[in-house]
Design a protein around this ligand. Structure first.
Ligand SMILES: Cc1ncc(C[n+]2csc(CCOP(=O)(O)OP(=O)(O)O)c2C)c(N)n1
Ligand SMILES: [Mg+2]
Length: 287
Protein backbone atom coordinates (compact mmCIF):
# COMPACT_ATOMS: atom_id res chain seq x y z
CA UNK A 1 0.00 0.00 0.00
CA UNK A 2 1.26 3.47 -0.84
CA UNK A 3 1.69 5.96 1.96
CA UNK A 4 2.17 9.29 0.18
CA UNK A 5 -0.19 12.06 1.17
CA UNK A 6 -1.65 14.86 -0.90
CA UNK A 7 0.65 17.41 0.65
CA UNK A 8 3.68 15.76 -0.96
CA UNK A 9 2.61 17.26 -4.26
CA UNK A 10 4.42 20.63 -4.52
CA UNK A 11 1.51 22.14 -6.46
CA UNK A 12 -0.70 21.60 -3.42
CA UNK A 13 1.72 23.38 -1.12
CA UNK A 14 1.73 26.61 -3.15
CA UNK A 15 -0.25 29.39 -1.53
CA UNK A 16 -2.73 29.78 -4.38
CA UNK A 17 -6.48 29.73 -3.76
CA UNK A 18 -8.75 27.26 -5.51
CA UNK A 19 -10.64 30.19 -7.02
CA UNK A 20 -7.40 31.49 -8.54
CA UNK A 21 -6.65 27.99 -9.87
CA UNK A 22 -10.09 27.91 -11.48
CA UNK A 23 -9.45 31.33 -13.03
CA UNK A 24 -6.14 30.11 -14.50
CA UNK A 25 -7.76 26.93 -15.84
CA UNK A 26 -10.40 29.08 -17.56
CA UNK A 27 -7.74 31.38 -18.98
CA UNK A 28 -5.76 28.42 -20.35
CA UNK A 29 -8.90 27.08 -22.03
CA UNK A 30 -9.71 30.42 -23.65
CA UNK A 31 -6.13 30.76 -24.91
CA UNK A 32 -6.35 27.29 -26.45
CA UNK A 33 -9.73 28.06 -27.97
CA UNK A 34 -8.21 31.11 -29.61
CA UNK A 35 -5.59 28.92 -31.34
CA UNK A 36 -8.39 27.16 -33.26
CA UNK A 37 -10.97 29.95 -33.22
CA UNK A 38 -13.56 27.49 -31.97
CA UNK A 39 -14.09 24.49 -29.76
CA UNK A 40 -15.60 23.06 -26.60
CA UNK A 41 -14.69 26.13 -24.62
CA UNK A 42 -18.08 26.46 -22.93
CA UNK A 43 -17.67 23.08 -21.23
CA UNK A 44 -14.16 24.00 -20.04
CA UNK A 45 -15.40 27.23 -18.49
CA UNK A 46 -18.27 25.37 -16.83
CA UNK A 47 -16.19 22.58 -15.28
CA UNK A 48 -13.13 24.66 -14.27
CA UNK A 49 -14.11 24.89 -10.59
CA UNK A 50 -14.46 21.10 -10.34
CA UNK A 51 -11.10 20.60 -12.05
CA UNK A 52 -9.46 23.13 -9.73
CA UNK A 53 -10.66 21.20 -6.67
CA UNK A 54 -9.72 17.86 -8.24
CA UNK A 55 -6.17 18.85 -9.17
CA UNK A 56 -5.41 21.24 -6.30
CA UNK A 57 -7.26 19.69 -3.38
CA UNK A 58 -8.25 16.08 -3.90
CA UNK A 59 -5.94 14.15 -6.22
CA UNK A 60 -2.58 12.73 -5.28
CA UNK A 61 -0.15 12.83 -8.20
CA UNK A 62 3.38 13.70 -9.18
CA UNK A 63 3.55 16.32 -11.93
CA UNK A 64 6.92 15.02 -13.13
CA UNK A 65 5.78 11.37 -13.11
CA UNK A 66 2.22 11.16 -14.43
CA UNK A 67 2.26 7.34 -14.48
CA UNK A 68 3.33 7.09 -10.82
CA UNK A 69 1.65 3.96 -9.44
CA UNK A 70 0.59 5.77 -6.27
CA UNK A 71 -1.52 8.37 -8.10
CA UNK A 72 -5.24 8.72 -7.83
CA UNK A 73 -6.70 8.09 -11.28
CA UNK A 74 -8.65 10.83 -13.02
CA UNK A 75 -10.55 9.58 -16.06
CA UNK A 76 -12.02 11.92 -18.64
CA UNK A 77 -14.92 9.94 -20.05
CA UNK A 78 -15.92 12.84 -22.29
CA UNK A 79 -13.27 13.04 -25.01
CA UNK A 80 -14.62 16.33 -26.30
CA UNK A 81 -13.86 17.96 -22.92
CA UNK A 82 -10.12 17.44 -23.57
CA UNK A 83 -9.53 21.20 -23.72
CA UNK A 84 -10.77 21.44 -20.13
CA UNK A 85 -8.45 18.71 -18.90
CA UNK A 86 -5.45 20.15 -20.80
CA UNK A 87 -6.12 23.49 -19.14
CA UNK A 88 -5.93 21.78 -15.73
CA UNK A 89 -2.91 19.60 -16.65
CA UNK A 90 -1.03 22.74 -17.71
CA UNK A 91 -1.91 24.50 -14.45
CA UNK A 92 -0.85 21.36 -12.54
CA UNK A 93 2.55 21.35 -14.27
CA UNK A 94 1.95 17.98 -15.93
CA UNK A 95 1.86 19.52 -19.43
CA UNK A 96 4.27 22.43 -20.13
CA UNK A 97 2.53 25.77 -20.59
CA UNK A 98 4.18 26.51 -23.93
CA UNK A 99 2.35 23.55 -25.52
CA UNK A 100 -0.87 25.49 -25.15
CA UNK A 101 -0.32 27.19 -28.50
CA UNK A 102 -0.14 23.79 -30.27
CA UNK A 103 -3.71 22.88 -29.26
CA UNK A 104 -5.45 20.95 -32.05
CA UNK A 105 -2.51 21.35 -34.47
CA UNK A 106 -0.82 18.55 -36.40
CA UNK A 107 1.70 16.63 -34.25
CA UNK A 108 0.49 18.30 -31.06
CA UNK A 109 0.25 16.30 -27.84
CA UNK A 110 -3.04 18.17 -27.27
CA UNK A 111 -5.49 16.93 -29.92
CA UNK A 112 -9.03 18.29 -29.90
CA UNK A 113 -10.43 14.97 -28.70
CA UNK A 114 -8.59 13.33 -25.78
CA UNK A 115 -6.11 10.56 -26.65
CA UNK A 116 -4.43 8.68 -23.81
CA UNK A 117 -1.37 7.80 -25.86
CA UNK A 118 -0.70 11.45 -26.78
CA UNK A 119 -1.00 13.42 -23.56
CA UNK A 120 0.77 13.00 -20.22
CA UNK A 121 -1.85 12.72 -17.48
CA UNK A 122 -4.61 11.57 -19.86
CA UNK A 123 -5.63 8.16 -18.51
CA UNK A 124 -8.10 7.06 -21.18
CA UNK A 125 -9.12 7.83 -24.73
CA UNK A 126 -12.62 9.25 -24.87
CA UNK A 127 -14.82 10.17 -27.80
CA UNK A 128 -17.37 7.41 -27.89
CA UNK A 129 -19.52 8.50 -24.99
CA UNK A 130 -20.60 6.32 -22.10
CA UNK A 131 -17.46 4.27 -21.54
CA UNK A 132 -15.55 6.10 -18.81
CA UNK A 133 -17.55 4.78 -15.90
CA UNK A 134 -17.15 1.16 -17.01
CA UNK A 135 -13.38 1.61 -17.33
CA UNK A 136 -13.33 3.35 -13.94
CA UNK A 137 -15.12 0.37 -12.38
CA UNK A 138 -12.45 -1.97 -13.76
CA UNK A 139 -9.63 0.24 -12.52
CA UNK A 140 -11.20 0.69 -9.09
CA UNK A 141 -11.74 -3.07 -8.77
CA UNK A 142 -8.12 -3.70 -9.75
CA UNK A 143 -6.79 -1.18 -7.22
CA UNK A 144 -9.04 -2.57 -4.50
CA UNK A 145 -7.81 -6.10 -5.14
CA UNK A 146 -4.22 -4.90 -4.96
CA UNK A 147 -4.92 -3.39 -1.55
CA UNK A 148 -4.31 0.16 -2.77
CA UNK A 149 -5.98 3.07 -0.97
CA UNK A 150 -6.05 5.23 -4.12
CA UNK A 151 -9.23 6.65 -5.62
CA UNK A 152 -10.52 6.49 -9.17
CA UNK A 153 -12.38 9.62 -10.28
CA UNK A 154 -14.43 9.56 -13.45
CA UNK A 155 -15.63 12.79 -15.03
CA UNK A 156 -18.68 12.30 -17.21
CA UNK A 157 -21.33 14.52 -18.77
CA UNK A 158 -25.07 14.66 -18.32
CA UNK A 159 -25.42 13.46 -21.91
CA UNK A 160 -23.69 10.23 -20.89
CA UNK A 161 -26.46 9.55 -18.38
CA UNK A 162 -28.50 8.56 -21.43
CA UNK A 163 -26.11 5.70 -22.24
CA UNK A 164 -27.15 2.25 -21.00
CA UNK A 165 -23.49 1.36 -20.41
CA UNK A 166 -23.36 4.04 -17.70
CA UNK A 167 -26.04 2.28 -15.68
CA UNK A 168 -24.54 -1.18 -16.18
CA UNK A 169 -21.31 0.23 -14.79
CA UNK A 170 -23.18 1.90 -11.92
CA UNK A 171 -24.71 -1.44 -11.01
CA UNK A 172 -21.32 -3.16 -11.18
CA UNK A 173 -19.70 -0.53 -8.96
CA UNK A 174 -22.22 -1.12 -6.18
CA UNK A 175 -22.04 -4.90 -6.61
CA UNK A 176 -18.25 -4.85 -6.21
CA UNK A 177 -18.50 -2.37 -3.29
CA UNK A 178 -16.18 0.13 -4.90
CA UNK A 179 -15.82 2.72 -2.17
CA UNK A 180 -12.69 3.91 -3.99
CA UNK A 181 -14.72 5.15 -6.97
CA UNK A 182 -15.98 8.73 -7.25
CA UNK A 183 -18.12 9.55 -10.26
CA UNK A 184 -18.27 13.25 -11.11
CA UNK A 185 -21.21 14.27 -13.31
CA UNK A 186 -21.07 17.60 -15.11
CA UNK A 187 -24.77 18.44 -15.19
CA UNK A 188 -24.69 21.47 -17.50
CA UNK A 189 -28.11 20.53 -18.82
CA UNK A 190 -26.84 20.78 -22.39
CA UNK A 191 -26.12 18.31 -25.14
CA UNK A 192 -25.16 18.66 -28.80
CA UNK A 193 -28.79 19.10 -29.88
CA UNK A 194 -30.17 21.16 -27.02
CA UNK A 195 -31.10 21.07 -23.34
CA UNK A 196 -30.73 17.62 -21.74
CA UNK A 197 -34.19 17.81 -20.23
CA UNK A 198 -35.63 17.93 -23.78
CA UNK A 199 -33.36 15.15 -25.16
CA UNK A 200 -33.69 12.37 -22.58
CA UNK A 201 -34.23 13.54 -19.04
CA UNK A 202 -32.07 11.86 -16.39
CA UNK A 203 -34.06 13.32 -13.52
CA UNK A 204 -34.36 12.60 -10.69
CA UNK A 205 -30.68 11.79 -11.12
CA UNK A 206 -29.70 11.61 -7.45
CA UNK A 207 -32.55 9.20 -6.75
CA UNK A 208 -31.32 7.00 -9.59
CA UNK A 209 -27.77 6.76 -8.23
CA UNK A 210 -29.12 6.15 -4.71
CA UNK A 211 -31.39 3.38 -6.02
CA UNK A 212 -28.34 1.79 -7.65
CA UNK A 213 -26.66 1.64 -4.25
CA UNK A 214 -24.49 4.75 -4.44
CA UNK A 215 -23.71 7.53 -1.99
CA UNK A 216 -24.79 10.63 -3.87
CA UNK A 217 -24.57 14.41 -3.53
CA UNK A 218 -25.71 17.26 -5.75
CA UNK A 219 -24.10 20.69 -5.50
CA UNK A 220 -23.53 23.93 -7.40
CA UNK A 221 -20.49 23.03 -9.51
CA UNK A 222 -19.52 26.68 -9.90
CA UNK A 223 -19.30 27.32 -6.16
CA UNK A 224 -15.73 26.30 -5.46
CA UNK A 225 -16.25 25.93 -1.70
CA UNK A 226 -19.32 23.72 -2.23
CA UNK A 227 -17.32 21.64 -4.69
CA UNK A 228 -14.46 21.26 -2.21
CA UNK A 229 -16.86 20.20 0.55
CA UNK A 230 -18.50 17.64 -1.75
CA UNK A 231 -15.14 16.08 -2.65
CA UNK A 232 -14.23 15.93 1.05
CA UNK A 233 -17.53 14.27 1.91
CA UNK A 234 -17.26 11.76 -0.95
CA UNK A 235 -13.75 10.75 0.05
CA UNK A 236 -14.67 10.42 3.73
CA UNK A 237 -17.75 8.18 3.42
CA UNK A 238 -17.22 5.43 5.94
CA UNK A 239 -18.76 2.56 4.01
CA UNK A 240 -17.95 0.91 0.70
CA UNK A 241 -20.65 2.43 -1.48
CA UNK A 242 -19.36 4.02 -4.69
CA UNK A 243 -19.82 7.80 -4.60
CA UNK A 244 -21.40 10.13 -7.11
CA UNK A 245 -21.33 13.90 -7.12
CA UNK A 246 -23.68 15.67 -9.51
CA UNK A 247 -22.44 19.18 -10.27
CA UNK A 248 -24.88 21.72 -11.64
CA UNK A 249 -22.72 23.91 -13.84
CA UNK A 250 -23.15 26.78 -16.27
CA UNK A 251 -21.58 26.47 -19.68
CA UNK A 252 -19.38 29.47 -20.47
CA UNK A 253 -19.14 30.36 -16.76
CA UNK A 254 -17.13 33.53 -16.18
CA UNK A 255 -17.64 35.00 -19.65
CA UNK A 256 -21.15 36.52 -19.73
CA UNK A 257 -21.44 36.69 -23.53
CA UNK A 258 -20.66 32.97 -23.73
CA UNK A 259 -22.94 32.09 -20.80
CA UNK A 260 -25.87 33.61 -22.67
CA UNK A 261 -25.27 31.88 -26.00
CA UNK A 262 -28.07 29.67 -27.22
CA UNK A 263 -25.82 27.21 -29.04
CA UNK A 264 -23.22 26.13 -26.52
CA UNK A 265 -21.97 22.66 -27.45
CA UNK A 266 -19.31 23.67 -29.99
CA UNK A 267 -18.78 27.38 -30.19
CA UNK A 268 -17.22 29.65 -32.74
CA UNK A 269 -15.89 32.90 -31.40
CA UNK A 270 -15.02 35.93 -33.54
CA UNK A 271 -11.31 36.77 -33.65
CA UNK A 272 -11.80 39.97 -31.66
CA UNK A 273 -13.93 38.26 -28.99
CA UNK A 274 -11.16 36.14 -27.48
CA UNK A 275 -9.57 39.22 -25.95
CA UNK A 276 -12.98 40.24 -24.61
CA UNK A 277 -13.38 36.79 -23.07
CA UNK A 278 -10.00 37.12 -21.33
CA UNK A 279 -11.01 40.56 -20.08
CA UNK A 280 -14.26 39.18 -18.68
CA UNK A 281 -12.35 36.46 -16.83
CA UNK A 282 -9.89 39.00 -15.49
CA UNK A 283 -12.76 41.07 -14.12
CA UNK A 284 -14.03 38.06 -12.17
CA UNK A 285 -10.55 37.05 -10.98
CA UNK A 286 -10.32 36.64 -7.21
CA UNK A 287 -8.52 39.51 -5.45
C1 LIG B 1 -21.71 6.95 -28.19
C2 LIG B 1 -21.76 8.33 -28.74
N1 LIG B 1 -22.92 8.82 -29.23
C3 LIG B 1 -22.98 10.07 -29.76
C4 LIG B 1 -21.86 10.86 -29.81
C5 LIG B 1 -21.92 12.24 -30.44
N2 LIG B 1 -21.84 13.29 -29.43
C6 LIG B 1 -20.70 13.94 -29.16
S1 LIG B 1 -20.86 15.07 -27.94
C7 LIG B 1 -22.51 14.69 -27.75
C8 LIG B 1 -23.34 15.38 -26.70
C9 LIG B 1 -23.44 14.61 -25.45
O1 LIG B 1 -23.93 15.35 -24.36
P1 LIG B 1 -22.96 16.13 -23.38
O2 LIG B 1 -21.69 15.42 -23.30
O3 LIG B 1 -23.72 16.43 -22.14
O4 LIG B 1 -22.75 17.47 -24.23
P2 LIG B 1 -22.19 18.92 -23.80
O5 LIG B 1 -22.60 19.19 -22.41
O6 LIG B 1 -20.72 18.87 -23.98
O7 LIG B 1 -22.83 19.86 -24.80
C10 LIG B 1 -22.90 13.72 -28.64
C11 LIG B 1 -24.27 13.17 -28.75
C12 LIG B 1 -20.65 10.31 -29.28
N3 LIG B 1 -19.52 11.03 -29.26
N4 LIG B 1 -20.63 9.07 -28.76
MG1 LIG C 1 -23.95 18.28 -21.16
Amino acid sequence: MTTETATENPALLANVSLAERAYRIRRNAVLMGEVQGQGYVGQALGIADVLAVAYFHALRYRPDDPRWEGRDRFLLSIGHYAIALYAALIEAGIVPEDELETYGCDDSRLPMSGMASYTPGMEITGGSLGHGLGIAVGMALGLKRKGSDRFVFNLMSDGELGEGSTWEAAMGAAHHRLGNLVNLVDFNNQQADGPSRDMLSAEPVTDKFAAFGWHVQRVDGNDVEAVRAAFDTAMAVRDDRPRAIVFDTKMGKGVPFLESREVTHFIRVEANEWALALQALEQGRPA
